[in-house]
Write a protein that binds this ligand. Structure first.
Ligand SMILES: Nc1ncnc2c1ncn2[C@@H]1O[C@H](COP(=O)(O)OP(=O)(O)OP(=O)(O)O)[C@@H](O)[C@H]1O
Length: 949
């Protein structure tokens, strides 16, 4: 086939999946040709009227059709052309279906036209992206489109309509991805069953993703793949071979171009921006008003009317929450009027100024002489429920103002003395605190979906302030009070300002001045640290919260949890993650330098244990070595009950933290809960400071890479999944290898303590007598067979010589095999990266580096794998910059060396290509690290292990 024909055919294929057209660069990547070469061919096709150009950056190309030929003429005439499909132009019949959407004759008409065109576009519709401020009607429109699709027979009548708000799980990308794409058993600790996701449920129907910009980059990448190929994979699966035919509608309140990955953004062929209420005409606003009043009236079943001034106020007031707010403000006004109708036994419902929510009320003509504060207490009780789905954290928190106002009115009716009234109102606040505490308990118990309620920054400011203020207060502030305060402040911040102003806080002067002062100091700190402005009455309420005594037993002590691990930051980072998840510093951590003498460690841990114990004992979560046996001696020396769990992992820390927050949990129940989260091979850990058997007898496979966080962790979970069922006794442990010396004190230590059967990874460590399997080899059938043989032979009874023989078996590899091997290898290990795309990019851009560095195939293959896994981890957003930077800076020798400029430059170029291809950013220093790693000669034995545990 002629090259030009080949280019044309490829263009047709690509544009079938991407009706917006493709750029010369994209084509070049697929055809393995230079962009400029492809561009030449494409322009020839344009000249031959086989293709058309879509102006923009980059210029895109489409195969010519009768329809877009006209566009081409337009382009030639100099006017821009829309790349949006407008193939269906007559929807007049369908518009009837939208009769209950106000605006179809005005602001929404062109949008609906385009949305319908996309929905009907053969064969399976086009993805639609809706953007606009909150409350403009994105969800509403999506729902209408679904109804139309089912009624028009585009979708089956029972086709699913699945709605998912990505913001709900945004703080936990793993959970979010699991919800959306499903989970493969064993994908992470706790994933005990296969679980299908929403994509699966939406198969054959519509998936509506609200707040789509909250999807992590990896999720956006997967979604792109789903739109592009109709294929996806569950979390924990290695290949994208699940299929789903889903019509996607995404919605976002952000500017989509900035908030979405460019790849995903471009993939939405139809992007519709819904106008805010303030940009809609008066007629349209009036129609909306009539529409909502009419609906309320129907629901009441009683004649409903509104005074003209109120109607004017609804038509003119500032309504930042758009149609959603207008709707809920109308509901509030109607509900208040309806309540009055019930109390006064009127035969109709009339909406009066006193019924209006505050922002509407303020828009009344001055002559009304009304003031929001004149509102009756009954009406405010309706307002107490947040009507607007402005939602998120804080929406479940009760409204103390409404309750105080109600109570005050009732007490005043009874003629209560001011002093008694003050006591009663204090009780209301105490109850409110209790409600908040109960809410926080529930949040914690319902982890992980809801625990995010408390923002870590807020909690940590409050915690800091409490520590500072406690010595001055009659009793230290409890964690419950702080939690309650955090919840209250959050709910205050999230509630529209107007909501609280009508309910005035009663006179709270009875509170001791010391608490008032403390509240003022807290409010100043909040202003300084977080720019939170607490109005005067909030400060009063804060003072009451600080002064209130919770009826919950305050004297019950909590179990303390201390994490101690080897290495520069593992313990601290697990504690940080947990504390931020739980919103309170519940976990303490000690990072133990590898060369720190055991006696010093013991001393530090003992000091910390004494400091932390509240009387309920301490749970020690440790990794390995002498730490696992320390508990018993510590318990004796400090006279404090201690339980120890070894092989600590993040789920264990989170679970321990969660359980320890509740004083009703004693040491054993906290330890038991955490133990359940341990990896299966590690549950045989320790308890009560005892190890059950000599750990040296345990078989172990170490997975290694240069960070100990990337390929090593991925391989670790792969091995767990594939080997541990048959070999449940085998421990698997990820380890970081020093890039320069290729040694690892931890690996040496593991070798001493265990029967180290094999090391698997992307960099061969300097370790004698242990077979090394490169990652790519492991993922070949031969590699698995070899590891299996090692496992068989390492069973007691086999002699070691056979194992050594196996150690020297190596499969040869050639440059030509690298892409296939790496693609297979990555397909087995990565979760978010498209291995084929990665390998294509590497294949294209690696040759200059290969030449400059005279790499051998083995070495190059290791670098591909390393980079592939790293890219995947970045896509998952789990490889945080600080992990890399702390590791790199910890490695001083490494830093003192400088790679050759041209090598550094070549790596920078390659990373740039990967960044553009996968829309991500590599951490600073990555090019430097790769340059050093790839140019160094293997240096043997220059690092003396100094592990003294
Ligand atoms: N054109 C319309 N006609 C009638 N009702 C509408 C219209 N647009 C929106 N609404 C109503 O307004 C409310 C808010 O709309 P919707 O929830 O769809 O907004 P949204 O843009 O998705 O908001 P958010 O971004 O906050 O989710 C809905 O309850 C819906 O009933």
């Amino acid at each position: 086939m002629k090259k030009l024909d080949h280019v044309f055919q490829t263009l047709q294929e690509l544009c079938r999946r991407n009706p917006e057209g493709v750029s010369a660069g994209e084509m070049g990547r697929v055809l393995y040709l230079e962009r400029s070469t492809v561009s030449r061919y494409l322009n020839e096709l344009v000249k031959a009227e086989q293709a058309v150009k879509v102006p923009g950056r980059p210029v895109r190309y489409l195969p010519a059709t009768a329809e877009n030929q006209n566009d081409r003429i337009l382009i030639q005439g100099g006017s821009p052309v829309s790349a949006h499909p407008r193939r269906i132009t007559d929807h007049s019949g369908l518009f009837r279906r939208f009769s209950n959407i106000v605006g179809t004759g005005e602001s929404l008409k062109p949008l609906l036209e385009e949305a319908l065109a996309a929905l009907f576009y053969p064969p399976h519709g086009l993805p639609i992206l809706l953007s606009g401020e909150t409350g403009v009607g994105k969800s509403y429109l999506a729902n209408m489109l679904y109804q139309t699709a089912t009624e028009e027979g585009i979708l089956k009548p029972d086709a699913p309509y699945v709605v998912f708000n990505c913001a709900e799980y945004a703080q936990n990308p793993e959970l979010l991805m699991g919800q959306l794409f499903g989970v493969q058993k064993g994908a992470f600790t706790g994933a005990t069953n296969h679980r299908s996701g929403l994509v699966d449920r939406a198969d054959g129907g519509i998936l509506f993703l609200d707040e789509i910009h909250r999807l992590p980059p990896a999720g956006q990448e997967m979604l792109f793949y789903l739109i592009d190929r109709g294929m996806y994979r569950r979390l924990g699966e290695s290949s994208m071979d699940r299929t789903a035919r889903v019509r996607l509608i995404g919605a976002t309140t952000e500017s989509p171009k900035e908030a979405l990955l460019p790849t995903l953004y471009r993939r939405f062929s139809v992007k519709l921006s819904l106008p805010p209420l303030r940009q809609r005409s008066q007629e349209e606003r009036a129609s909306l008003l009539d529409h909502f009043f009419h609906r309320e009236g129907e629901q009441m079943g009683v004649p409903l009317s509104i005074t003209e001034s109120c109607r004017q106020a609804f038509l003119t007031y500032d309504c930042p929450g758009n149609i959603g707010q207008l709707e809920s403000d109308i509901q509030i006004a109607c509900a208040r009027a309806f309540l009055r109708h019930l109390n006064q036994r009127q035969d109709h419902v009339l909406v009066l100024p006193e019924d209006l929510p505050e922002p509407v009320f303020r828009a009344l003509p001055e002559t009304e002489g009304n003031h929001p504060d004149d509102a009756s207490s009954e009406s405010s009780s309706i307002q107490a429920e947040s009507p607007h789905p402005a939602r998120q954290a804080g929406k479940d928190v009760p409204n103390v103002y409404a309750e105080l106002t109600r109570k005050k009115a009732r007490l005043a009716q009874k003629g209560m003395t001011p002093a008694d009234m003050q006591k009663q109102l204090q009780q209301v606040v105490d109850d409110y605190v209790e409600d908040l505490l109960q809410a926080s308990r529930t949040q914690v118990e319902e982890m992980p979906n809801k625990v995010w309620l408390i923002q870590p920054e807020l909690m940590s400011v409050l915690q800091e302030e409490a520590e500072r203020l406690n010595p001055r207060l009659p009793e230290p502030l409890s964690i419950y009070q702080l939690t309650a305060l955090a919840l209250h402040i959050q709910s205050f911040l999230q509630r529209p300002r107007s909501m609280d102003r009508r309910e005035h806080l009663p006179d709270l002067k009875g509170v001791q001045p010391i608490y008032r002062e403390a509240a003022v100091e807290i409010s100043k700190k909040l202003k300084r640290a977080l720019d939170i402005d607490l109005p005067e009455q909030e400060i009063d309420l804060t003072a009451l919260l600080l002064a209130s005594r919770s009826r919950r037993p305050q004297n019950r002590k909590r179990v303390a949890v201390l994490v101690v691990t080897h290495g520069p930051s593992a313990a601290r980072s697990m504690a940080e993650v947990t504390n931020s998840l739980l919103g309170t510093p519940v976990i303490q951590a000690i990072d133990m330098p590898l060369n720190q003498p055991a006696a010093v460690t013991y001393q530090r841990v003992a000091e910390m244990v004494r400091k932390l114990d509240e009387g309920a004992g301490v749970l020690l979560l440790v990794d390995i070595g002498s730490l696992t046996t320390m508990g018993e001696a510590l318990s004796r020396d400090c006279g404090i009950p201690i339980q120890t769990l070894s092989h600590v992992n993040l789920p264990m820390v989170i679970e321990a933290g969660r359980k320890s927050l509740l004083p009703e949990n004693d040491l054993s129940s906290v330890a038991d809960a955490a133990r359940l989260m341990a990896s299966p091979s590690e549950t045989a850990g320790t308890s009560q400071g005892k190890i059950p058997s000599k750990q040296g007898s345990k078989r172990l496979i170490a997975t290694v890479c240069l960070t100990g966080e990337g390929a090593a962790v991925t391989l670790e979970s792969w091995l767990r999944e594939h080997l541990q069922q048959k070999n449940p006794d085998v421990l698997i442990r990820s380890v970081r290898i020093d890039p320069q010396s290729r040694s690892s004190p931890l690996l040496d230590h593991l070798k001493k303590e265990h029967h180290l059967i094999a090391v698997v990874g992307t960099v061969e460590p300097d370790l004698e007598g242990v077979p090394y399997l490169p990652a790519w080899e492991l993922l070949q059938p031969e590699g698995i067979a070899r590891l299996q043989r090692l496992l068989d032979l390492s069973h007691p009874g086999h002699n070691a010589k056979e194992t050594e023989v196996l150690a020297s078996e190596e499969l040869p590899v050639t440059f030509a095999e690298i892409p296939t091997l790496v693609e297979q290898g990555l397909a087995e290990t990565v979760t978010h990266l498209n291995p084929r795309r990665f390998c294509r990019t590497m294949q294209e851009h690696m040759p200059p580096l290969r030449e400059a560095l005279s790499l051998d195939p083995e070495r190059e293959l290791g670098l591909w794998m390393h980079l592939g896994v790293m890219t995947d981890r970045l896509l998952q957003n789990t490889l945080k910059e600080h992990i890399l930077s702390s590791e790199t800076s910890a490695d001083r020798n490494h830093h003192e060396r400088h790679p050759a400029d041209h090598v550094l430059h070549l790596w920078q170029q390659l990373l740039l290509v990967l960044e553009n291809t996968f829309a991500l950013r590599f951490p600073a220093g990555t090019a430097q690290e790769l340059a050093l790693l790839s140019s160094e000669k293997l240096e043997q034995g220059c690092h003396e292990p100094s592990y003294s545990d």
